[in-house]
Structures are given as structure tokens and as C-alpha cells.
Design a protein around this ligand. Structure first.
Ligand SMILES: [Fe+2]
Length: 455
């Protein structure tokens, strides 16, 4: 590997050449919608790391989390490997080692660096990664304006670029949750940014929405973008059920703790109880008690991207594993919804709420009243654990080649979460969207919405 560590390099010639074409070359018709979206999402990623130091961007706090610098490079790698390498005439890699270094899990692409050691990659430095981003972005821009693309290539390239845009949005959320975990390990408990708007204080109404169930359609039949794991649309039979009108909140989790919820094996799935013992869980991730004395009891606080704050009893509780979500639901006399129950209700709910664009970076009380007769906060605030294993839908097929590794190969030992969080970009979400994590994962903005059998 040549030394990629040197001082910030001037913009590569390809960047300057491509930037010069920005204003003049017409956009290929297949990309008229995608090109502005591409640049907007790329800029949003850079905006998220504004104010972070080079050291902030380089560190890795645990094997599951990646350094911000790695995220910045890896989403760029995706466009370089899956779009430029295949479609750019005379393609040359920005750096020969990056193909291996920033490959996350695509065995079809070749070798990759160990996930758990991403934080040891001090070189390339952040400035070279920024150059890498600028270079690939300019070359994608030039490619999407290329008159040489035939219709068949343009169709495939459009699909790859749209997948790349959505991939980058997924990593925007991961970048934030990984930075949050990193900062939580710093005794100074730093905030990502100062001066954020205050979290609103309005209690959400409780209650249940009764649903008849029956034979319903779930999964995506939309002509627009959806990940392969959301397709195909298919029939699902639902028994009558009820879905809670709001997520479980901080006050309910505090009551669960005070009732000995983390010490009662009768509330837990076996694997969850084993984890409670092994890891010493006594509260959600990032929760700690502060203050208190002879008279005043200690108060529950939680680390947030805004620093350490007191747990709001009315805001959705976050950073729960699926095991905790399941135990809390059982303690509250309910259960987790299936992903299909959740989706059946969400099909009637507009995608709005406390999402990345709110700037709150923390679950909040509802930002707007729920539509009459519909549950609130279905989208945003916290991803909602379901009791559904992450499995292929009937008729599911992966795409050929390495890009087919995107989703399908993870359909084992993971559980589905729905609805997005305060770190999810709004344009990234749909009612059919399926997030998935192992049931012990706690560093995402993951929470609970109750369900129960119809009565
Ligand atoms: Fe990725």
C-alpha cells in the first residue's frame, strides 16, 4: 500500500474535471430525479460530521460500532465498486487498497478488513477520505451525465445509484448511533452539538387501536424504491389484535425497574435472562442514576447526543434490546406486535414524526397530534421491536452478484424492527421498511410498542 496518510491532497484532477461539467452537461433522463437526491444525501452525511474532530472520527468504541471515518469511506466505496467500477469507461480505483479496506461484508467483492479492527486504521487520514468522497461523487455526477450510456445500462445504473443513496442514508443513522456509543464511553460525556432545540413536553395519549385482522396484504408492491427484503407483496392472515396508541415511555420503564423487572426471571425469555445475568443489565443502555441523598432519591438519567439528560417519563424509552422489550411488554400484560400487525396499521399512517430532520436527536413527546383514530409516533422516535424473526417473504429473490449480499444473507438470528427513529432520514422510511438487528442489540434507538390479542 502506498502511503495514503500524507497531508491533505489537492482535489484530484477527476474531481476538477467532473465539477467543471456540473453546470453544462445535461442529465441523462434516467437520472433527473436521482442526481439531485444523490448530491443532497451526500451533503447531509458531511453535515452530520461537522464539528467532529479527526480523533472523534477515527475511534471505534466496540466491534459492532464503526468509526465515523469508516462510514464516510464505506458509503463512497459502495458507489465506487458497484457503479463506477462497472459503468465508468476507463475506470481506475481512487486508491488500490480501498477496495479491501472499506468493504463491509461483500464476499463477492473480495477480501475485507476485520470489522472489529476498523478503529485501528489510522491511515488513510480523514482528509484523504474526504478527497475520496469528493472524487467518487464527482465521477458519479459525470457518469450520470454521460451521453455514452445506453438505455439498458442506464436502467441498471439507476437502480444501483438509488440503492447507494438509500445505503448512505442507513449509514447516516449508524454514524450517529456509533458516535453516541463512542461519546458514552468518554467520562466527559460530550454532546455532539450545543444549542439544539429543546425537546417538547406533551404527554401522548395512551389506549389501544382494535384491528379486525383477516387476510391482508403486506410487503411492498410500490413502483418506487424499496429494499429487496420488503418485496414481494404477499398475503398475510392476522387474527384480531390491538396495537398501542403510543410507544412504551420512560415512566413505564422506570416502573418496571422499580418493580424488580431486571431481577424476575419469570418475565424473561431464557436467552434474555441469561444476558441479564451475564452482562449485569439493570436498566436500558445509557441509563444511570444520578443525584439523590438522605432525603431525595436518585433520578434516572440517560446519555444522549445532547449529553446526559434526565429520563423523560413521557418520551418513548430507547436503547432496549428485544429481550428487554419483550420482558417489559410481558410485565405490562401485553406482547410485542408481529411485523405484519405493525405494518397493517402503519399503512394508514403518514410518514411523519420525530425523524432526523427534527434535529432533536432523541426520542421526544409527540411533535404533532396523531391522526384521529390512528396511533401516534409510529414513525420516528424509536425503532419498534417486533416478535418477528427476520425472514424472507414468500417469493423473495436476491439480486445476482455481490450486490445480492446486501440483505438476504442476514436472514438468520435477527429480529425485525419497524418505524424508524429520531436518527432516520424521513425520505428513507416507508410502512413496509424492515430494519433488523440481533435481539441483544441495544445501541440503536430501539424501543417498544405493545400489542395484545383481540378481545
Ligand atoms: Fe454498508
Amino acid at each position: 500500500m502506498s502511503n495514503p496518510a500524507g497531508p491533505s491532497r489537492p482535489a484530484p484532477a477527476s474531481v476538477l474535471a467532473a465539477q467543471a461539467t456540473h453546470a453544462s452537461a445535461p442529465v441523462h433522463p434516467a437520472f433527473e430525479r436521482l442526481l439531485p437526491q444523490f448530491h443532497r444525501v451526500r451533503a447531509q452525511t458531511l453535515a452530520l460530521v461537522e464539528g467532529l474532530s479527526d480523533e472523534d472520527c477515527a475511534l471505534q468504541s466496540m466491534p459492532d460500532a464503526s468509526p465515523a471515518k469508516w462510514h464516510l469511506a464505506h458509503v463512497t466505496w459502495f458507489f465506487e465498486v458497484f457503479a463506477l467500477e462497472r459503468f465508468e469507461p476507463g475506470f481506475r480505483a481512487f486508491h488500490p487498497s480501498f477496495r479491501m479496506l472499506f468493504n463491509s461484508y461483500y464476499n463477492g467483492v473480495g477480501d475485507r478488513h476485520l470489522r472489529a479492527e476498523r478503529g485501528l486504521v489510522s491511515r488513510p487520514g480523514l482528509s484523504l477520505v474526504r478527497d475520496y468522497r469528493a472524487d467518487v461523487e464527482a465521477r458519479i455526477d459525470a457518469l450520470l451525465r454521460s451521453p455514452a450510456l445506453d438505455a439498458a445500462d442506464a436502467t441498471v445504473l439507476a437502480e444501483v445509484v438509488e440503492l447507494g443513496i438509500n445505503h448512505e442514508q442507513q449509514h447516516q443513522e449508524l454514524l450517529l448511533t456509533d458516535i453516541k456509543h463512542l461519546f458514552s464511553r468518554n467520562p466527559l460525556l460530550p454532546a455532539l452539538r450545543e444549542g439544539w432545540p429543546p425537546v417538547p413536553v406533551v404527554a401522548a395519549p395512551a389506549g389501544w387501536l382494535a384491528c379486525e385482522g383477516g387476510l391482508v396484504t403486506t410487503g411492498s408492491a410500490a413502483a418506487g424504491f424499496a429494499f429487496d427484503n420488503e418485496r414481494p407483496a404477499h398475503r398475510t392472515f392476522l387474527e384480531p389484535f390491538e396495537l398501542a396508541m403510543r410507544p412504551v415511555n420512560g415512566g413505564e420503564v422506570i416502573a418496571f425497574i422499580e418493580d424488580g423487572g431486571y431481577r424476575r426471571p419469570d418475565l424473561w425469555l431464557s436467552a434474555g435472562w441469561d444476558l441479564v445475568q451475564a452482562r449485569g443489565w439493570q436498566a436500558p443502555c445509557y441509563w444511570q442514576q444520578r443525584g439523590g441523598g438522605d432525603v431525595q432519591p436518585a433520578r434516572w438519567h440517560t446519555f444522549t447526543l445532547r449529553g446526559l439528560v434526565e429520563v423523560s417519563p413521557d418520551a418513548p424509552a430507547a436503547h432496549l434490546s428485544q429481550y428487554e422489550a419483550d420482558a417489559i411488554a410481558r410485565w405490562l400484560g401485553a406482547r410485542l406486535p408481529t411485523e405484519f400487525e405493525w405494518e397493517h396499521v402503519a399503512q394508514r399512517v403518514p410518514v411523519e414524526g420525530n425523524l432526523l430532520e427534527s434535529g432533536l436527536m432523541h426520542p421526544a413527546e409527540p411533535l404533532a397530534a396523531a391522526r384521529p383514530g390512528l396511533p401516534g409516533q409510529m414513525f420516528g422516535d424509536v425503532w419498534e421491536w417486533t416478535q418477528s424473526a427476520y425472514l424472507p417473504y414468500p417469493g423473495y429473490r436476491t439480486a445476482p452478484g455481490a450486490i445480492g449480499e446486501y440483505n438476504g444473507k442476514f436472514m438468520s438470528q435477527q429480529m425485525v424492527l419497524r418505524g424508524g427513529s429520531c436518527a432516520t432520514p424521513r425520505s428513507h422510511l416507508r410502512a413496509t421498511y424492515r430494519n433488523f438487528f440481533p435481539p441483544d442489540a441495544r445501541w440503536q434507538f430501539s424501543g417498544v410498542r405493545l400489542a395484545r390479542d383481540g378481545r
